[in-house]
Write a protein that binds this ligand. Sequence first.
Ligand code: FES
Length: 345
Amino acid sequence: MFIEWQNNQPAQMRCVNKWFETQDTVSIQLAATDGTHLHFSGFKPGQFVSLGLEFNGKMEYRAYSIASMPGDNHLKLTIKRVEGGLMSNYIVDELKAGDEVAVLTPTGPFNSIDCQPKKKVALLSAGCGITPVMSMAKTWLRDEAEIDITFIHQAKSKAQTIYFEELEALAVEHDNFNLKLLLKDNTDAEHEEGRLDKEWLTTLCPDLAERTVYLCGPTAFMSDMEANALELGVDASQFHQESFTPIDAHTEAEDAGGVVQFEVPAFGVSAEVVQGATLADVLEENGVPVIIACRSGMCGSCKCKVTKGEVTRSSTETLTEADIEAGYTLACSTQVQSDVEVSLN
Ligand code: FES
């Protein structure tokens, strides 16, 4: 049995299991709504899904990387508490086995199929950024791909290392899985103490330049590691990173100032909006039922069509040339520049 997504409409799934990985991080397993497990193949290791839950009568969507492997009989996500995080904190504190969630089509260019590895890889992660690279590593190991994996992960302590026991078990089981845990507060001789920088990177992975590098973690960690990896000789074509940075929806609108007319005829919407406003915000504010999930121009859920007027785009990641030609755009990455007319089809 398979979950099928049509036109990127959400599929309903049920949480069948939930447990704490660390004090502030949970993993959940999702299966079909009747509780039966699925042979779940419709994604590439490293990709993410957007989960939808209703808050105060409004559907909200947030993107989370998939931690399980294609072919597993469930979809596993690992979610960390974040300050002010409406959905993440709800999932950590409230969601329970038996609850249903909406799930959008798995997507994302950061994956081990579209970003093919060389024979040697380095997976670099910090905190919850471990999730997509764990899916990649486990899939290569399960499939007995002949890939030499150096897995470098930074965390605060052993207790705050997501998947700690699973990582150690993989390291014991597989000669080609070289685990390097770098802990800020280390308490034993098996792991290193410190913060990942250029020096540590050279120490932990002396042949980094010969490897395909996959990077995921907090924004500052990623920009530091990207600079370090390129300085240490990693070929830019062999460097891949996850990018989930939400676009600041209001910046350009605040800078612009003029007023333009905004119309969505199918929903009877006609309103004045600030020139430079982000189309996703304008649609939401006017009650048009568009799905805004990643807010990063990555998932494609907010695709809509500009039938009249001028817009600027900061991402066209999931659109084809023909889509763009026909006026399609990603609402979260689109700024309204003149009077516009928009359709959701
Ligand atoms: S919300 Fe994901 S691309 Fe716009």
